[in-house]
Design a protein around this ligand. Structure first.
Ligand code: HEC
Ligand code: HEC
Ligand code: HEC
Ligand code: HEC
Ligand code: HEC
Ligand code: HEC
Ligand code: HEC
Length: 478
């Protein structure tokens, strides 16, 4: 139950910044950086250092997904291929995720994460803006590949015109929380990320505190979390090294900014601090072999392993706790509004009373009201849900989630005309809302317009050629 988000692919006119501009004066850094996973973590499919193996019956060597009688061109990828790649295709100006991904270790194409439970290959899952925020440049997706210089250094236009140490962010020179925020914008997911009231999700710019634009919540447990792709911050914060040396130790202590580090580099960094209190185990090997072992990732299908950034004395057994409480990273406490939204994002029933309480104090906060309305539905408080959806729509007529859901109440009350109007309004903004269009088809048929119903079902099948309900309904129509 989450708000539907659409990423329309409007490629802006090329502004005179981007990696190529930086490379004019920082050629050595640009060359070195280009070899990293981060630099290669997104782009256009086609010629690149990484090569998939083809051979899956649904994917051609020219990146065409041929499935259920339709073809979709896989135009863009996410992921360097170190672990694997996800793909995006475009239809009618909207970007969608492909139901198949490439997995590098077994060298095969297979169902994308999150698609396993679908009875048919879903082709209308809009790409989440968050994917692009971490893997691409959201302001100009795929114009530049990968994580660009400016994601860590901030806008460089002024600096390029007036070069020097001013007009550009050097993360290493920032105060600790601002410095850590540069990496945390992509490497700290936690259990929930909540955009602060009135701030957009991607509002962060290097030099700021991430916590000014986003509240990141983590599970509040004594043992901490199991490793995931983006748990490095949480883990490092639990290490004795970080706790005892404080803010001196950060991601940049061990990771070189523009290249992938080697074991020798890591050893050097360990030893730079551990001059007096030396290892009581063995020092003959690489420190990280014993103190930063790879551990299997939680909930991983592909047997991924991540490096344990808690730097333990001895490898610790995996956590067996189930956490139910959240706290904000960095501060440990948060305001009631962000806390309520975090519990809702973590899908906990305990969010309900928190949402009800804080909505009273924030009667114009659309993200909050939308979550509350969805919790009203979940808790069978249907009248309250309906009222709230109507209220949201009044305040924000562009809100498709509210329009679609309000429509379902109207149809149940026998008000087909209003329901259809709401669904058409939502579909004009997002034509790929499959269940709304199916509902519309039923309502059209029931109000005697079989021709319109047929057209709606055909549009559904244009987007989702194997949709079982649409196929069944179309076969039943005269
Ligand atoms: C026209 C040449 C030029 C261009 C283009 C340019 N830089 Fe620089 N940059 C410089 C010079 C000169 C310095 C200062 C070096 C010094 O004083 O040691 C510098 C310094 C820096 C520093 C160090 C700042 C510090 O506080 O240590 C960073 C980071 C940087 N540039 C990033 C970028 C990025 C990112 C881009 C692209 C958006 C870029 N530069 C484009 C010339 C350029
Ligand atoms: C909060 C930032 C963040 C978000 C949001 C995010 N990712 Fe990632 N993703 C990462 C990081 C960091 C890694 C690398 C983990 C590593 O190297 O161990 C990664 C790894 C991957 C990989 C494997 C890349 C490789 O190393 O080969 C793929 C594929 C991927 N992500 C796709 C996605 C897709 C699709 C979405 C949206 C549904 C998404 N990611 C959302 C940060 C993010
Ligand atoms: C993942 C974040 C990240 C990206 C992406 C990144 N940098 Fe940096 N950069 C850093 C950090 C961190 C430092 C500070 C390193 C230090 O001093 O410890 C730095 C330092 C610099 C410096 C000054 C110090 C030096 O090494 O000369 C320049 C210049 C620079 N970066 C340019 C670039 C350019 C050009 C790009 C794109 C090709 C780029 N950076 C991409 C994080 C990044
Ligand atoms: C804009 C998002 C973003 C920012 C900012 C960012 N990273 Fe990453 N980072 C990623 C993604 C995505 C990957 C996965 C790359 C891939 O596909 O293999 C990654 C991978 C890595 C890796 C694994 C090695 C590699 O190159 O694949 C390290 C180490 C890393 N990042 C360190 C850092 C550090 C240190 C900083 C801060 C100075 C930072 N990152 C900032 C998104 C980001
Ligand atoms: C910025 C300095 C710094 C760096 C870099 C650093 N450490 Fe530490 N580390 C510390 C401090 C301080 C302690 C706490 C010592 C104490 O308790 O007296 C510590 C504690 C430890 C402990 C004991 C942990 C425990 O639970 O008792 C181990 C093991 C360790 N470090 C290994 C490493 C390894 C391996 C590396 C490199 C990958 C490393 N450290 C890098 C500062 C650092
Ligand atoms: C004490 C040293 C140290 C610090 C500090 C550190 N890392 Fe690492 N990191 C490592 C080592 C060692 C590896 C494993 C490298 C390898 O296998 O080649 C690693 C691997 C990674 C990877 C690749 C995926 C994985 O889990 O193996 C990512 C992403 C990453 N680190 C991100 C971060 C971020 C973000 C921070 C800051 C919160 C950070 N690291 C701080 C030592 C460190
Ligand atoms: C072969 C595995 C192994 C390697 C390699 C290793 N260590 Fe250790 N280290 C251990 C074990 C085991 C302990 C814990 C001994 C104990 O609990 O008494 C330990 C303890 C430590 C401690 C805590 C010391 C104390 O006084 O409490 C530090 C610090 C440390 N190691 C740092 C390092 C550094 C730095 C390196 C690399 C130069 C390294 N270790 C390499 C196994 C190893």
């Amino acid at each position: 139950m989450r708000a539907l988000l659409i990423v329309a692919l409007a490629i802006p006119a090329l502004a005179d910044t981007g990696n190529a501009v930086c490379a004019r004066c920082h050629a050595a850094i640009a060359k070195k950086y280009a070899a990293t996973g981060m630099a290669q973590t997104s782009g256009r499919t086609g010629p690149s250092a990484f090569k998939e193996e083809f051979g899956h019956p649904n994917v051609t060597a020219s990146y065409q997904l041929q499935i259920e009688g339709v073809t979709r061109q896989l135009e863009y990828f996410l992921g360097s291929g170190h672990i694997g790649r996800s793909y995006l295709f475009r239809k009618a100006g909207q970007l969608f995720q492909a139901p198949l991904s490439y997995y590098s270790a077994p060298k095969k194409w297979d169902t994308s994460p999150g698609y396993e439970t679908k009875p048919y290959p879903e082709l209308t899952r809009a790409v989440e803006p968050a994917c692009l925020q971490c893997h691409a440049s959201p302001s100009r997706p795929f114009v530049d590949s990968g994580v660009t210089c400016e994601r860590c250094h901030g806008p460089g236009e002024k600096h390029a015109a007036l070069p020097g140490k001013r007009n550009i962010v050097n993360p290493a020179r920032l105060a600790s929380e601002q410095r850590d925020s540069v990496c945390a914008q992509c490497h700290l997911t936690g259990a929930a990320r909540i955009a602060r009231a009135g701030r957009a999700r991607g509002a962060f710019a290097p030099g700021e505190k991430l916590s000014d634009s986003i509240a990141v919540f983590i599970w509040d447990t004594p043992e901490g979390v199991e490793p995931t792709a983006t748990s490095h911050f949480e883990k490092l914060n639990r290490s004795r090294c970080r706790q005892a040396s404080g803010e001196k130790l950060w991601c940049g202590t061990c990771h070189e900014a523009h290249s992938d580090s080697t074991p020798a580099h890591y050893n050097q960094q360990c030893q730079a601090c551990h001059t007096e209190r030396k290892c009581t185990g063995s020092q003959s090997q690489n420190c990280i072999d014993c103190h930063m072992p790879k551990r299997a990732a939680a909930r991983s299908v592909e047997h991924l392993a991540f490096t344990d950034h808690a730097i333990p004395r001895r490898p610790s057994p995996p956590s067996t706790q189930t956490a139910t409480a959240l706290k904000e990273f960095w501060t440990g406490q948060s305001n009631p509004r962000d806390t309520a939204l975090a519990y809702a994002a973590a899908n906990l029933d305990t969010a309900y009373p928190l949402l009800e309480e804080t909505a009273k104090a924030n009667p114009k906060d659309i993200p909050l009201l939308l979550q509350l309305a969805q919790y009203h539905e979940r808790m069978n408080a249907e009248e309250k849900a309906e009222k709230l959806y109507a209220q949201i729509l009044l305040a924000d007529p562009t809100n498709t989630t509210a329009a679609v859901n309000l429509g379902t109440y109207k149809i149940r009350q026998g008000n087909a005309k209003e329901a259809m109007a709401l669904w058409l309004q939502a579909l004009a903004r997002n034509p790929a809302l499959i269940s709304a269009r199916l509902n519309l088809a039923v309502a059209q048929y029931q109000s005697g317009n079989a021709t319109a119903a047929k057209a709606s079902l055909k549009t559904v099948l244009d987007y989702e050629p194997a949709h079982p309900a649409a196929l069944r309904m179309l076969a039943q129509l005269p």
